[in-house]
Design a protein around this ligand. Structure first.
Ligand code: 5BU
Length: 498
């Protein structure tokens, strides 16, 4: 995946990891005696991470990424006892999907008397997961046990390399150490965030015998650009005015301008089945929303008259028309459908498209219509994550591949349908369905969450609300409510809209 900006992504991942560790009290300052007898002004207590489920997941995911990037070949994942076992378990089961093995510190005196537990055969190649590597001694002990059982272990993945000679010692024994963090990245982070002063930095470097000359400051916030797959992300939204002026996507320029003018990041999903009902609500909702989403194929009396009236309303009341067709076929068929019976490309501003069909069926075909002034269609939203329970968009790599397609075609792809922010490109808008302030599920697969979670925590830009409004006996009140709460959540950190 070329344009995923792997480097930025990994840098951002590390930075977010360190930030969450800092909040979890992993870095302790004072006077600590280390195992070696040294007195250290810093103590890095990774066990604090166990108390924070998000951090446990984040570390496991980051370790798994490190494994994937390394290209190591392996049949199983072995956790070095004891502190690394939680990470090894989550990494093996959740991310790497490989068998987990553990090695006992002492053989049982009963039963099988095995030292290594799990599924393996002599000759198998394992990767090792460790939390902290200091001298590498405990890893070499484990490698010895594995070798005696005929197993091969040549790569170790750890959270922190304390840079106390472990890496070289392991290398001398034919084992490569891959670390998520080293003392340099930890100290650079702590210094940049102001958690350690200049003086403290020098004290730590001296006490730990580290070979650094001067502290380095980096712009942490600038580096946190792309945190697409993290469960909780930092606020990384660029001010709306800046996004509006920077984007080269014509539809997004219009959307961002409408949002700012109407102070609304609310898209109403009108899933009624007659033209009259849809148009009636569209007229009522017009002042409060930046977009209206329909399912044209659910409207039983769909006609050209309906689309004519809808486009007139949209032009008069300044909202975007969004047809949620979810195109997902060959490019040729997509084209036939866009121009076919319902002439979608003639009245919709934006449509949803599944990434599953691949780039060629998407970009070229939609670009052709989007660039043709005879059609109203001006953009595509790629479905990066569905809101439904058990959706296969959660399969490893699916969302990332979708993001990749979008990032490469930002002139026609204006954003995503997703649950959390998925791309670091600020010109791509994140639209999110699955929002309801009064219910959690509809018992038909839909999963709802509140506005604050969608906008504030998960960093989406636009909420798509259906039944929260359409099933209410007081739709206007609900429209006002959703619009106010969503806009407040979006605008609270954005001076350009206040
Ligand atoms: P609801 O009534 O708030 O559940 O309506 C949500 C709308 O968004 C509805 O029209 C769905 O078809 C649409 N939707 C969704 O809910 N989840 C998704 O992942 C996608 C679309 Br894509």
């Amino acid at each position: 995946m070329s344009t995923l900006c792997e480097k930025t992504r990994n840098g951002a991942l590390k930075r977010n990891l360190l930030r969450q560790m800092l909040e979890a009290n992993v870095f302790k300052f004072g006077e600590f005696q280390l195992k070696s007898g040294q007195i250290s002004p810093i103590y890095i207590d990774l066990r604090e991470c166990f108390g924070h489920p998000n951090l446990l997941m984040l570390i496991s995911e980051a370790l798994s990424k490190l494994v994937t990037i390394s290209g190591a070949e392996y049949t199983g994942v072995l956790g070095v006892p004891y502190a690394a076992l939680p990470y090894a378990s989550v990494a093996a089961g959740q991310f790497l999907k490989k068998p987990l093995l553990i090695v006992r510190k002492e053989a049982k005196s009963y039963g099988t008397k095995k030292l290594i537990e799990g599924l393996y055969e002599p000759g198998d190649r394992l990767i090792l997961i460790e939390d902290v590597v200091t001298t590498g001694g405990s890893i070499l002990d484990v490698v010895k046990v594995l070798t005696a059982e005929g197993l091969v272990a040549s790569d170790v993945f750890c959270i922190l390399d304390r840079e106390q000679g472990g890496k070289q010692k392991l290398l001398d024994a034919g084992v490569t150490l891959h670390s998520l963090l080293d003392m340099n990245s930890v100290l650079t982070f702590l210094y940049s965030t102001g958690a350690v002063s200049d003086e403290q930095w020098h004290g730590i470097v001296k006490a730990l015998n580290l070979n650094y000359t001067a502290p380095v400051k980096v712009d942490i916030d600038k580096e946190i650009e792309d945190l697409s797959r993290l469960p909780f992300v930092e606020n990384q939204r660029t001010p709306l005015s800046e996004r509006e002026s920077l984007t080269e996507n014509a539809l997004n320029k219009k959307i961002l301008s409408v949002m700012r003018k109407k102070k609304s990041n609310l898209c109403l999903a009108i899933d009624y089945t007659t033209s009259e009902e849809v148009l009636q609500l569209a007229e009522i909702a017009g002042p409060f929303v930046m977009a209206i989403k329909v399912h044209a194929d659910a409207i039983t009396d769909f006609s050209e008259e309906f689309t004519r009236k809808l486009t007139t309303l949209a032009n008069d009341m300044d909202f975007i028309i969004f047809e949620d067709r979810k195109f997902g076929d060959t490019g040729n068929t997509n084209l036939l459908q866009l121009k076919g019976a319902q002439k979608i490309a003639s009245w919709a501003d934006v449509v949803t498209v599944h990434a599953v069909q691949g780039t060629d069926s998407i970009a070229g075909v939609f670009r052709q219509l989007i660039n043709d002034p005879n059609y109203r269609l001006s953009g595509v939203l790629l479905i990066a994550q569905l809101s439904t329970k058990g959706s296969l968009t959660a399969l490893d790599g699916y969302t990332e591949s979708t993001v990749s397609i979008a990032e490469e075609n930002r002139d026609v792809i204006s954003g995503f349908i997703a649950q959390t922010r998925v791309s670091g490109f600020s010109d791509l808008l994140n639209w999110t369905p699955g929002v309801n302030l009064d219910a959690k599920t509809d018992s038909a697969g839909q999963q709802w969450r509140g506005v604050d979670e969608a906008i504030d925590v998960q960093q989406n830009d636009i909420i798509i609300v259906g039944r929260g409004v359409t099933s209410s006996s007081e739709p206007v009140q609900q429209l006002k409510r959703y619009r106010r709460i969503a806009w407040e959540a979006l605008a609270k950190d954005d001076e350009s809209v206040n």
